[in-house]
Design a protein around this ligand. Structure first.
Ligand code: ATP
Ligand code: MG
Length: 438
């Protein structure tokens, strides 16, 4: 329906809306700005958030206040306990079906049919129930026995006072891309402000002056994930490469620290899965959107600790920030970023050649086309003065790499990967061109 369409005028406009909502939450829940920003990232990327802390630091209040800022969405609340069975989350069992030996939940009013979920004391739930929850959290489907239904679930915020370690809780932790640890507030002034809020609102969330329609949140999620037809948020190839180098460096620092502490038992190394790494791109775009930008900048990468660390744990966060600054400094100090751009452009050129090896028979300068390849062709001109004859193309490409002197380790590594790509491309090219010749 056309009138149901959410209309966004500009990225700046929605950024303002989100900023106002976050500020309002921050005025009710004191000293939680960072986790509020993290929670917004979780909502924007349609992921789940786990809050951990000692008792009474406002986890429940925070979750309620966050969900309170949206309308047009159903919130499913539950307090977990050991005795509960999956039907607490998925709806009561259909008795007629049960008589026939089939387990079918009547999902009406359950977590399956909600957009938001608040699961309090999640680790109190038994492993059987938690295991059943995994699929719903991950696939957004209820898959149990003969039942297989889509779920409208967007984001869950779960809270806990402790972490219980079992095989299933580990898998569960993995479903919460965003995690925060809230340390109790010791500062008397903060305590004072919390008490002041209590006098006004009791323990309840405050009524939001303006709510964000849920369909708008969905729309923002579409923009972030590249599924919207009105706006998109760009990430350049250099930014992607930079991001991956930072993540890898962070992984290295974490493992080195495990090693130093003697905690690097086999199989327990710190590992970032390609899935998580891929999801970091959604987070980057969410961070850009929150800042009202339609492109990702370096500074956004510095906030990736929202998913790569438990927010609130200083040691992990410091390590991530260190990884970020180390790589940033290394690449900016020299002409590192320019070099990364040049090499990535060059690999694009190689990809084109691989896709169409006959291109090797035409002078390279003829397929310069885009501005993207300028760096390479500038070099060709400088080196050879004019267009190259077809059979010299390979030498030209090769020479470009030989002449390329990396300014730092990050670029040196990229160069050696590009050299491999080059070698592979030439194998494909030779095979294809030989086919044509014979
Ligand atoms: N940062 C805060 N800002 C405002 N109020 C707070 C804050 N922290 C605690 N409070 C006050 O403490 C009360 C208890 O908080 P809440 O129940 O949300 O804590 P909790 O972390 O969920 O505790 P539990 O682990 O026992 O469930 C709140 O209703 C609120 O009045
Ligand atoms: Mg609570």
């Amino acid at each position: 329906m056309a009138e149901d369409r959410d209309v966004i005028n500009s990225i700046e406009e929605i950024a303002k809306e989100l900023k106002d909502a976050a500020a309002f939450i921050g005025s009710r829940v004191i000293n939680r700005d960072e986790v509020i920003e993290q929670a917004f990232c979780a909502l924007l990327t349609a992921e789940h958030l786990l809050l951990q802390s000692r008792t009474g630091v406002g986890k429940s209040l925070l979750a309620e206040q966050i969900f309170n800022m949206f309308d047009g969405a159903r919130l499913f609340r539950v307090q977990s306990s050991k005795e509960q069975q999956p039907d607490t989350y998925f709806g009561g069992l259909d008795l007629e079906q049960l008589k026939a030996g089939r387990i079918v939940h009547n999902t009406e009013g359950s977590l399956v049919e909600a957009q938001f979920g608040f699961i309090d004391e999640i680790f109190d739930a038994n492993d059987f129930t938690l295991r059943a929850l995994l699929g719903l959290l991950n696939e957004r489907r209820l898959i149990r026995g003969v039942q297989n239904e889509p779920s409208s679930l967007h984001s869950v915020i779960a809270a806990t006072n402790y972490l219980r370690v079992s095989e299933v809780t580990e898998a569960l932790l993995d479903r919460f891309l965003y995690k925060a640890m809230i340390l109790p507030d010791k500062d008397p002034f903060i305590q004072y402000k919390i008490s002041q809020r209590y006098l006004v609102h009791g323990g309840k969330p405050a009524a939001a002056p303006k709510k964000i329609p849920f369909k708008r949140l969905k729309h923002m999620n579409d923009i972030i994930t590249g599924h919207a037809d009105d706006f998109s948020i760009g990430i350049t190839a250099e930014m992607l490469y930079f991001t991956n180098v930072v993540i890898r460096h962070y992984e290295f620092l974490r493992n080195r620290s495990l090693h130093e502490k003697g905690k690097n038992v086999a199989g327990s190394d710190f590992y970032i899965s390609p899935r998580t790494q891929a999801k970091s791109l959604d987070l980057l775009r969410a961070l850009a959107l929150l800042k009202g930008r339609s492109n990702v900048v370096h500074d956004d990468v510095s906030k990736l600790y929202f998913i790569f660390t438990t927010v609130g744990l200083p040691e992990e966060m410091t390590m991530f920030k260190k990884a970020y600054t180390t790589v940033l400094n290394s690449l900016t100090a020299s002409r590192g970023f320019d070099q990364v751009t040049i090499l990535l452009d060059f690999t694009e050129l190689l990809e084109d050649i691989k896709a169409d090896p006959s291109k090797m028979n035409t002078p390279l300068s003829q397929f310069s086309g885009t501005a993207v390849r300028r760096s390479f062709f500038e070099w060709v001109k400088e080196k050879f003065g004019s267009e190259q004859p077809a059979d010299a193309n390979k030498k030209t490409l090769e020479q470009f790499l030989t002449d390329f002197i990396p300014v730092c380790d990050e670029v040196r590594e990229l160069k050696s990967s590009v050299e491999k790509t080059f070698a592979q491309t030439m194998i494909v090219v030779e095979r294809e061109l030989n086919k044509v010749r014979s």
